[in-house]
Design a protein around this ligand. Structure first.
Ligand SMILES: [Fe+2]
Ligand SMILES: [Fe+2]
Length: 258
């Protein structure tokens, strides 16, 4: 598993984990992010059961895994959090923030862990880091794609974790962790966003919300990180994209039955 330090200053470290070389090609590639701060260690979208062993091994090279205090799950998908029961076993003191909408569904992984779930209200919440740092902010990203979904903003590092927004399905074997050429990267994002994002209105509300933040680095859960001018390029591109692609298939199917 590859790892990359995205930020390191004033007691705050962001580490990205990506590209497990042992992963089956049937399993979508994911990125996991670890935030180490003076009074908190936060793991963002811990990932699927499939990649749990390499992720634990990679995280343990950075910090003792039982020091993770907070897991944040942007939404309910298997690639986001099916490893959660395994992490709960390793980190007995950790709590899990997730959209309130999904807590009852996620409890099907094992209700014994539900007491450690912290349901996040639709408007979001903050996560303290300590050491005089500003709190992390969970920013509403509902319907992008999941109906209960959050991005996570760090005003200290100016990093925005965006979950499936900004995701790219890169060619097998791609080594690119940071986008080198935005124009040629678009083709890896386009199909994903057209199909997995259901609502133009929700997507554009999110774009407007993010434009009010000061974002230097945009970190998706699939694909590659976007930095500097590519953040604004991405927001412009996403704003102009028509999403909800399966509606066309639904219309075509309806017409053919008539
Ligand atoms: Fe998802
Ligand atoms: Fe995903």
């Amino acid at each position: 598993m590859r790892k990359k330090t995205l930020h390191q200053a004033a007691g705050l470290t962001w580490t990205m984990f990506a590209r497990d070389p042992q992963r089956s090609s049937q399993v979508i590639d994911t990125n996991e992010y670890l935030i180490i701060a003076p009074d908190n260690v936060v793991m963002m979208d811990p990932g699927g059961t499939e990649i749990f062993p390499p992720v634990v091994a990679a995280v343990s090279e950075v910090i003792a895994v039982d020091r993770v205090k907070t897991f944040v799950c942007s939404h309910q998908d298997p690639d986001i959090m099916s490893s959660l029961p395994l992490w709960m076993g390793l980190c007995p003191g950790a709590r899990v923030l997730m959209p309130w909408l999904w807590t009852g569904f996620v409890a099907h992984f094992g209700h014994e862990y539900a007491a450690r779930f912290v349901p996040v209200p639709d408007e979001g919440t903050t996560i303290p880091l300590g050491g005089g740092l500003k709190d992390l902010v969970l920013v509403p990203a509902h319907y992008c794609h999941s109906s209960g979904n959050f991005s996570l903003y760090d005003p200290n590092a100016r990093i925005l974790f965006t979950g499936d927004i900004g995701a790219a399905l890169l060619p097998e074997g791609s080594e690119e962790l940071v986008v080198a050429d935005f124009a040629s990267h678009v083709k890896y994002m386009e199909g994903f966003h057209r199909r997995w994002m259901p609502s133009n209105e929700a997507k554009n509300q999110w774009v407007a919300r993010v434009r009010k933040l000061d974002v230097k680095t945009l970190c998706p859960q699939h694909g590659a990180v976007m930095e500097g001018p590519d953040v604004a390029r991405f927001l412009d591109w996403l704003e102009g994209l028509q999403v909800g692609g399966a509606l066309e298939a639904g219309r075509a199917a309806g017409a053919s039955r008539r």
